[in-house]
Write a new protein. Sequence first.
Length: 256
Amino acid sequence: MKFLALIIIVIIISCIFYSFRPFVNRGDVSIANGKEAKSKAEDYAQQREMMVEQQIVARGIKSKKVLDAMNSVPRHLFVPVVYRRGSYFDQPLPIGSGQAISQPYIVALMTEMLDVGNDDIVLEIGTGSGYQAAVLSTIVKKLYTIEIIEELGMQAAELLKSQEFDNVEVRISDGGLGLPEKAPFDAIIVTAAASEIPDPLIKQLKPGGRMVIPVDNNYYSQDLLIVEKDEDGNIEIKNTILVRFVPLVKGEKITE
């Protein structure tokens, strides 16, 4: 009898549980999914905070606007799902088409070197995933970004729009030619390695402006250069650190 009573109790509990399932799970929109999404968002936010403290602040980045940007932009959304677990690790990650999203520290460093503010109009060469553009978007007035690989550029444009980075405009073209119809720019950032500083970019830099660009050296790496144009148009180049970027692709847009 006791055994029979136990079975009946189990059946009753099971019926109660299943009777509530329609309220707990209704396809994609459910209480359970909502809690899981909130948990993931909180987890990513915690990882982002650790990234900033351990990888960026610890290496000497001091600009509050840069730190705030790195803490607010959801880097994981700019990383392919297959690599998303490593979104906040101290490393670059592949994004397809032979391209990569830069290491978080390098994104922060180049943004700090650019030294821009909320009145500045900036040109980025090498949109890639759109992550660097998103970071700059939180700091500057307007950002134009150029990607030569059409698929990457279109994906980045869609993602940036969906995340409401509304002051970013993506163009598909040869970044080495710049964007003369929107020049001059307060600052230019190049996120791919050039064999030399492209002359069109120097011409499109506003007097008093600054460019940050990796340029090939003789040691199978690149020098990260700060290029400054004074009010008279004279150019001063400062060599900072060694870096490794994918090459700057030139020519017609690439369709895949």
